[in-house]
Design a protein around this ligand. Structure first.
Ligand code: ADP
Length: 296
């Protein structure tokens, strides 16, 4: 298996402002990756770089073992959808599908039409007369009908109500199960992604704070709670990611190690929310794991 995405020291700046800096991540093929971080963190910049819509100011970026390129043959298997993906408002779903078929060599028209029918999406109503949820579903059907090997979704759920979010995620996960494609899905709402993603990239202020397989990350961290004064008695060799003091209570996220921490602490496996929030809370305490080697 190869890495779908491999970034090494990637940075992108706008004038003197770095939107992304020192980004080194590797995403194995076939993963569904959550790209999380607050607004302005650099998520769209990273997705645009992977898509080839932007060029890095520094560092190297590869898709499937080759330098990212915006040449048509390289883009043929990359799908991209942003939250404000504009469907031409006067076009119907049927007309959009016809356009997609003309523009994309690998277009699967039978699949797309069958999906519209199954989702009960009106084929002959102009996009401007559809609900936000219906428009998002059509945009996703268009992105999927191209049969991408890598699908990049920038905040696809941001403007949707809970029912529509559910429908869009169900459509996506079914397509993932059918094709095994790699997906990178950004959101500033972690709970949107918990059940569907197996890989995490958390980003804040243009820096990757943590990246890896979600189960492995959760297994390799501990969240400990105890009296605040006990923080100072933690052995110097424990690796603290972040700590929060609330009243007399301290909550500390640790990278798991063999060091005994004393009986005053209650230890549990963090939830994904707890892991991400702790990494995002203290940008200066970040880990920047290098690219993960994947057996080839
Ligand atoms: P996110 O998608 O996480 O909200 P972005 O990648 O859109 O974050 O933005 C990262 C940073 O780069 C922000 O500080 C943003 O203001 C800045 N930025 C993004 N696009 C531009 C641009 N075209 N010109 C100048 N600054 C930009």
């Amino acid at each position: 298996m190869i890495n779908a995405v491999e970034a090494s020291g990637v940075g992108r700046r706008y004038g003197r402002i770095w939107a992304l800096r020192g980004c080194s991540v590797a995403l194995p093929e076939g993963q569904v990756a959550a790209l999380v971080g607050p607004n302005g963190a650099g998520k769209s910049t990273l997705l645009n770089l992977i898509a080839g819509l932007l060029r890095p100011s520094e560092g190297t970026l590869q898709r499937f073992g080759r330098p990212v390129s915006d040449r048509p043959e390289a883009l043929a298997r990359v799908g991209y959808m942003s939250q404000d993906t504009a469907l031409y408002p006067t076009f119907t779903a049927s007309e959009l599908l016809r356009m997609g078929a003309r523009l994309n060599p690998g277009w699967d028209d039978d699949w797309a039409r069958e999906r519209l029918t199954r989702l009960r999406l009106p084929a002959n109503v102009p996009a401007s007369n559809l609900s936000g949820g219906q428009r998002s579903q059509i945009a996703l059907v268009l992105a999927l009908a191209k049969r991408p090997r890598l699908l990049l979704l920038d905040e696809p759920l941001a403007s949707l109500d809970p029912l529509a979010r559910n429908d869009v995620m169900a459509l996506l996960m079914q397509a993932v199960a059918e094709t095994g494609m790699t997906v990178v899905l950004s959101s500033h709402i972690i709970s949107d992604l918990v059940e569907t993603c197996d890989w995490l990239v958390a980003i804040n202020q243009g820096r990757v704070q943590v990246s890896g397989n979600i189960d492995e990350l959760l297994d390799s961290h501990k969240l400990i709670t105890g009296p605040r004064e006990a923080v100072d008695t933690l052995p110097p060799r424990v690796s603290i990611v972040a700590q929060t003091i609330t009243g007399r209570q301290a909550s500390v996220l640790l990278r798991s190690g063999e060091h005994p921490i004393g009986p005053v602490w209650t230890v549990h496996r963090p939830t994904l929310d707890e892991l991400v929030l702790n990494y995002l809370r203290q940008p200066e305490a970040s880990v920047l794991p290098g690219p993960v080697a994947v057996a080839g």
